[in-house]
Design a protein around this ligand. Sequence first.
Ligand code: SF4
Length: 478
Amino acid sequence: MRLLLLNPPSYSDFDGGAGSRYQATREVTSFWYPTWLCFPAGMVEDSLVLDAPAEGLSVMATVERAKGFELIVVYTSTPSLKYDLKTCEQIKRQNPKALIGMVGPHPSVLPEPTLLASEAIDFVVRREFDYAVRDLAQGVPMERIEGLSFKRDGQVYHNPDRPPVEDLDSLPFVTRIYKRDLDIQRYQIPYLLRPYVSIYSGRGCPSRCIYCLWPQTFTGHRYRARSAGNVAEEVREAAAAFPEAREFFFDDDTFTADPARAEEIATLIKPLGLTWSCTARVTTPKQTLKVMHEAGLRLVVTGFETGNPEILRNIKKGATLEQAHSFARACKELGIKIHGAFILGLPEESRSSIEDSIKFACRIDPDTIQVSLATPYPGTEFYKMAQEKGYFTDSPLVSENGWQLCAVNYPELSNVEIFQAVERFYKRFYYRPRFMLRAIKKMLLDREERRRMLREGKQFKNFLLKRKEVLRGKAQAC
Ligand code: SF4
């Protein structure tokens, strides 16, 4: 069957596709690669990955591009599901014989409700879908495909689970599909050099953070890793295929989950002389950071989440504030830049814990930060906790235009206050004299950096304005 792997269009600039860990429209336009879709694409000749949000395609343009495909696999998310179902219905109307299925964490956790949500959906694949999609494309009967839930004659059937992929080296190189189907100039993340190329060197994360979507719903708590040689081979090949790439990014759940292996990869790619970045936990040893930095590591993306020790325990982060502090110090000493991720609205957030987080962020002083709202996605421990303890409000996860909303509140703190605190956090961090001086210096020394910062500064201002509109709508609704 001719296979289309689709990242569907939804809210304007919504980044919630097959490579995005939390799904919302961002402060500054960003698009992750639809990496998950590229694995099965690499196993099926004649397939196509279509990334509608990155290409700026409308629903109608997407439906048009879906013509002629017999098997259509759509990556969906909890906040975009409603929208994605409509796209599937339009595709089905135009092409009634096409088999349409959904993949991603949401259908993995809620296969039956997803299947029953629309007549247009024929199947869903639970958890990792690489081989199930390949089998479907090769015409294997649905009832024989592990991990598949499907509809037949109005009945829903759930096949047994498929074990997670163990031999990750046997998967195709996603970067070959980037080359075949995608335009790497369309992929941008504000803290990464543009254009960048993203690679997963492993899947899963041994940590148990209660809010984290992928390990709890999709990739699991065991870190399954590709061999260092296999990763280095892909990097070498991709560096030749994309000479314009300014940076490689290892976008594993946690690239440094196994420090010795991270060092091994670094040592193997060092002779290539590339600039690269990765995700890293605060527990990463300084020695590992040093080896990686000497091999071209420019920046780490690290989840600090909060500056309050009790909340850190509540969310089972498995790390302490002291570790976070020494990690940040080690990165600074070595000259590694940090993009620090923080979350507001985690269980039992209060006014004073928000203040703790803002002060902590200013103290450890990452180069850039991202402040997200805690989102209880179905299938996570946070979701269960929110249900049991009555944290949920009646707010949806995103606004009508895809902006992240706060769906939880606590005895001391309303969801509106948590939402407002995001802006306060950003302003207190970025409007510090120390940060401003650093930014001015960068702008004076580097013309390209100046252009980027001015563009992103404008987008960021716009973001703050749009959030105010969201808040006004919300306040009226309340
Ligand atoms: S360490 Fe990072 S990837 Fe792992 S569970 Fe926690 S938040 Fe998720």
